[in-house]
Design a protein around this ligand. Structure first.
Ligand SMILES: Cc1cc2nc3c(=O)[nH]c(=O)nc-3n(C[C@H](O)[C@H](O)[C@H](O)COP(=O)(O)OP(=O)(O)OC[C@H]3O[C@@H](n4cnc5c(N)ncnc54)[C@H](O)[C@@H]3O)c2cc1C
Length: 290
């Protein structure tokens, strides 16, 4: 583990293992972990954050790759978007690879990590709806050992990161079935999502799981729409649906995520967003079943 002091007076510690990183955070409670720095350094540069000390995670090789574990993939928190976008990863978890390829411009994808995306918990985080649809869990490492919780609990604030805890791994099921991620942005080229959808088929459980990103503080799961459409699919046969059913699914999802107000009409901007969500969900289902 190496430590140095920057010109600004803040200390930077570079642990070589997860245990060292947890120990460094335990001895410096004011220290902030930093992975790719794409979110954190923007906050520092704009004066929103003045960390007294940083614990850099970039040298911890055990959390930069992935491994197989009982039908799941155990993904290191420091996997970059660029790495997840490569074909070998896309063969494993296609929707996460699609989200990684859509996450900002190349320089952000080269540095930005899966763990940083989760810890930042921005509504526009592209990995988040995919992890929600996969029903992934996170392994957290802290001074009292490790614990594993649902990503959705972390994102909803039901079970937040405790002091000194780090995101170590994400456990994602390997479903061996079609899955997709689609994103709408306000401009052409790389941009933050105005709405996104992740959709996965789980033939073993005969379920369709869908999560909508960017329209609320955390990804939304339209559970009734998922159950309804899963009941229409011939899981032992062709697994195709009529276009009208895909359209109805899109409408069902969008109404669930952006409901009508109790009184009055939906404002035009929200009505537009609802149409966008409907189109994304319809297309995502169509692609997964094609
Ligand atoms: C120009 C630009 C465009 C972007 N576009 C997109 C986009 O289209 N889609 C998208 O999803 N994101 C986008 N982002 C956001 C960003 O790139 C991602 O959220 C990225 O995944 C963050 O990862 P990082 O490693 O850089 O996190 P960092 O900046 O290093 O850290 C972010 C936060 O997470 C904490 N943290 C990091 N790793 C851990 C860990 N292992 N355990 C505990 N806490 C941790 C840090 O303390 C910090 O609070 C964009 C960012 C920029 C600057």
């Amino acid at each position: 583990m190496s430590t140095y002091t920057r010109q600004t007076g803040s200390t930077v510690t570079l642990p070589a293992s997860l245990d060292e990183a947890v120990a460094a955070l335990a001895t410096m409670p004011a220290a902030v972990p930093v992975a790719g720095g794409t979110d954190l350094m923007s906050a520092v540069n704009s004066g929103l954050l003045r960390p007294a000390a940083l614990v850099g995670l970039g040298r911890i090789s055990e959390i930069r790759g992935w491994q197989y574990a009982d039908g799941n993939a155990l993904l290191g928190a420091c996997l970059t978007h660029a790495r997840m976008g490569r074909p070998d990863f896309a063969a494993l978890i296609p929707a996460l690879a699609m989200a990684a390829r859509a996450a900002g411009p190349p320089q952000v994808r080269n540095a930005g990590t899966l763990g940083g995306n989760i810890a930042s918990a921005a509504p526009t985080g592209d990995a988040l709806p995919v992890l929600a649809a996969l029903e992934a869990t996170v392994v957290l490492a802290g001074p009292d050992g490790t614990r594993e919780i649902a990503v959705s609990h972390l994102m909803a604030g039901l079970d937040p990161l405790r002091p000194g805890e780090l995101l170590a791994y994400v456990r994602a099921p390997l479903l061996h079935a079609p899955q997709t991620f689609l994103k709408a942005t306000a401009r052409t080229g790389p941009g933050r999502a105005t709405a996104s959808v992740a959709l996965v088929l789980d033939p073993a459980r005969r379920t369709v799981r869908c999560a909508i990103g960017a329209v609320a503080p955390m990804p939304l799961r339209p559970l009734e729409a998922e159950r309804w459409v899963a009941g229409l699919i011939d899981w032992d046969g062709s697994r195709t649906l009529e276009p009208e059913a895909c359209t109805a699914f899109g409408d069902y999802v969008s109404m669930a995520c952006i409901p009508d107000p109790a009184d009055g009409e939906l404002p035009p901007a929200l009505a537009h967003l609802r149409r966008t969500v409907a189109a994304l969900a319809r297309r995502a289902l169509g692609r997964a079943l094609s």
